[in-house]
Write a protein that binds this ligand. Structure first.
Ligand SMILES: Cc1cc2nc3c(=O)[nH]c(=O)nc-3n(C[C@H](O)[C@H](O)[C@H](O)COP(=O)(O)O)c2cc1C
Length: 363
């Protein structure tokens, strides 16, 4: 297995849901960057389980412990390694999954690929819990970006078809971004959150789950970040975002909707503003042209499937006998992962943006 990403800012995520700890090693950070620990903890808390009826009841403090790379709150330039201890495991919930794979989860594919040696407890290395170290890395990256005028924020843009307002294509206001990026289950319109909660609760009562989408914006990205053909802004963000379990799609700007527009509708008209800056009206490009940032906010949406572990009886196979079987998943699972995943998408955007800046010689 390899769970490493990046060329200049390299992250390597390790551990499993029920191992002693999970963590991340971050290589390539510049020295001399002050890291505000309270801000790190605030981001970790946004993703942590057990704090809301829409999430799993597994409670974890998710307090990271830095092993190296930070001295008196400042990056030393050496690899920054942090661990998060797992303190609330119930491994017996998973004993049957070794041979009765959950439909929709990675149990079957991992069993074949790793010859049955993979750790199935809590989903092992495939668990949503592995997004905690990603949020840690994102919380570090975010502080370097903010110092350079780049902000990231995401909101839950839909759950089970209930939609929040969308970001203004020309970018959300900084106050809105600050509110969203400090909130658990961030939404623009509080009424939408009530309706989403209703859908999640209905699914939970039916021993089912629901999916949804997260919309994320990065503002302040300078023009010229990103490279064609494979090192573009979209490429790097998408490759990190697809590392988040349960992600099934991503679209930038007008995205799939662009396929239904004419060129005259889809092109963003350009103009020079009063300060002499080249701007675009509207932002169907999502801030990216030719893989390179055009100075407009980078806006993208991510689709999450419904949580695979549901407690209804489902058809599966018995990998010992190769016979058809039945499975009823027990254990603690999120009826909807999307409220917690917003912080994870933001973190992925921050790590990708820092890597893009580094690759473009702007860090
Ligand atoms: C924050 C977060 C929490 C998750 N919690 C659960 C969970 O409680 N139960 C579950 O079956 N899957 C959960 N998942 C999703 C699975 O980890 C994921 O569907 C599985 O590893 C298969 O990978 P894939 O969906 O990307 O193909 C979670 C994902 C995230 C991002």
């Amino acid at each position: 297995m390899s769970s490493s990403w990046g060329q200049r800012i390299r992250i390597s995520i390790f551990g499993g849901s029920h191992t002693a700890a999970i963590g991340v090693n971050i290589d390539g950070l510049p020295a001399g960057e002050a890291i505000d620990w309270e801000k790190i903890l605030a981001q970790m808390a946004r993703r942590a389980p057990g704090q809301d009826p829409t999430a799993t009841t597994r409670r974890e403090a998710d307090e990271p412990k830095v092993l190296c790379g930070l001295l008196e709150g400042v990056t030393t330039g050496a690899p920054l390694c942090a661990i998060i201890e797992n303190t609330n495991q119930r491994s017996k919930d998973y004993s049957q999954l070794k041979f009765l794979p959950r439909p929709g989860h990675a149990d079957y594919t991992a069993f074949v690929k790793y010859k049955g040696c993979n750790d199935v407890r809590g989903g092992g290395h495939f668990s949503g819990r592995l997004t905690a170290p990603l949020v840690f890395a994102g919380a570090v990256a975010r502080q370097l970006l903010e110092r350079r005028g780049i902000l990231a924020a995401a909101h839950v843009s839909s759950v089970a078809g209930v939609k929040d307002q969308a970001f203004h294509p020309e970018g959300p206001a900084p106050e809105l971004m600050r509110r969203l990026s400090q909130t658990y289950f961030p939404v623009i319109d509080p009424a939408a959150q009530d309706a989403m909660r209703g859908e999640i609760e209905r699914a939970r009562m039916a021993r089912d789950s629901v999916g949804g989408t997260v919309e994320c914006a990065l503002t302040g990205m300078p023009v010229g970040v990103g490279n064609p053909m494979f090192g573009g802004v979209e490429n790097l963000i998408a490759s990190l975002v697809f590392g988040i379990p349960a992600v099934k799609g991503i679209e930038f700007g007008a995205g799939f909707g662009a396929a239904e527009l004419r060129g005259s509708e889809n092109n963003d008209p350009m103009y020079v503003d009063a300060a002499g800056k080249v701007q675009a009206r509207n932002n169907r490009a999502g801030g990216v042209l030719g893989g390179i940032s055009n100075g407009m906010p980078v806006i993208f949406r991510v689709a999450f499937k419904p949580t695979p572990s549901i407690s209804q009886e489902q058809d599966t196979v018995d990998l010992r006998t190769h016979a058809n079987g039945k499975l009823t998943v027990t254990g603690r699972h999120d009826p909807c992962i999307v409220p917690r995943a917003a912080a994870v998408v933001e973190a992925a955007a921050c790590v990708a943006a820092l890597e893009l800046l580094a690759q473009s010689g702007m860090l």
